[in-house]
Design a protein around this ligand. Sequence first.
Ligand SMILES: Cc1ncc(COP(=O)(O)O)c(C=O)c1O
Length: 455
Amino acid sequence: MQSLGKESEAAIKKDQRYLWHNITPYSEQSPPMIAASASGSWVTDVDGNKYLDGMSGLWCVNVGYGRKELAEAAYNQLLSLPYFPLTQSHMPAIALAEKLNEWLEGDYVIFFSNSGSEANEAAFKIVRQYHQQTGQHYRSKLIARYRGYHGSSLGALSATGQAQRKYKYEPLAAGFLHVAPPDSYRRPAGMTVEAFNLQCAQAIEDTIVWEGAETVAAVIMEPVITGGGVIVPEQIYLDRVQEICRKYGVLLIMDEVICGFGRSGRKFGHQNFGIKPDIVTMAKGLTSAYLPLSATAVRKDIYEAFKDSSDGYGHFRHVNTFGGNPAACALALCNLEIMEQEQLVERADILGQRLYSGLSGLLDHKLVGDIRSFGLILGIELVADKATRQPAGLDTVKGIIADCKAKGLIIGKNGDTVAGFNNVLTLAPPLSSTDSDIQFIVDTLTAVLNGSWGA
Ligand SMILES: Cc1ncc(COP(=O)(O)O)c(C=O)c1O
């Protein structure tokens, strides 16, 4: 049992006085955990309690905590060249851009920013300007999916399909449309998973046609909806989405902010489906979150269209002071090298399968409606009633998370997304987790669910 000690109590008082936390209600009964150090998959709080971080922070510490090489890569770069703007250039950015292109197995040009939200904002501006550059002056609309998250800034939030993240911040940017995601667990009775996935893809084509294809710039989606509830599409869905985009000249943006960098068991999530996006956005695992860095990878021929500056406005008039900071780029390169040397991408696949098979017995539990996985991402959909699939209430979801934490396991949930559907427990441990780390997750979660939550 983890306990709150003197160190925490003093720090919590100051925390509550001075710190404004991300997406956390003020009335939260349990005080925040104050982390002091971390190593591998384990975080230690200021009182010395240890927790296995089953969420890698916010789905981002892919190579695990305590990597000295990453600290040294940043330190050495800070000594030699701490900053230089990417209006010009520097070696770490060049080397990282080349490496990312190799990981993408494509022909991409890379624009650096600091966060996933900014990477998506850059993508939205790029697709709109690209169509202008190529004489398609009415193509400005973006289509995204309900339940998907694309960031907190106003444009990225406009693309987000989670009403609870937008409430009280609207009106947002114009020109963002949403369609239903392929949530196969909640498909209409009697419909096959395949037919349902095709129907969801068809919603994208219908939206393009009804809006007027000549007004639609791009479709943005994650390969698998992650924070919105781990919604995994069938192969046929993404095949069809790609086909529809190509048919109507609509660009396809893949948001790989969570699915990228090995998390899916491949270097990028979309590679599991063999599709070729026009633009790929990425952040989080790019540096394993040791420093802020994000990127917007753009197909080279789209980039080429920005060379035509006959009206004086052909170049991408977008600047990001910190984006592509040399230390962040040097660290990211080292992070990718670690993943290659330790074969963490392949390991994510193995660990993901192990986690799924270890927890799949819970499908018999009265609260577990569905278990979905994608690489080393796992979602457990909790229901109040298995027959009607009525989502479990927030008290149940929060109670299970709190009980796991009391036993030293941090797990997540899809919080503040869509009213009534914040009922999916999430797991995304570091790709470097040991076999016994994975076993600890399986044993702890199973004990919690089969304990007071009743098998
Ligand atoms: C899929 C996805 N896209 C974009 C973002 C935004 O990234 P950031 O928080 O770095 O702005 C997130 C963040 O969780 C995300 O999960």
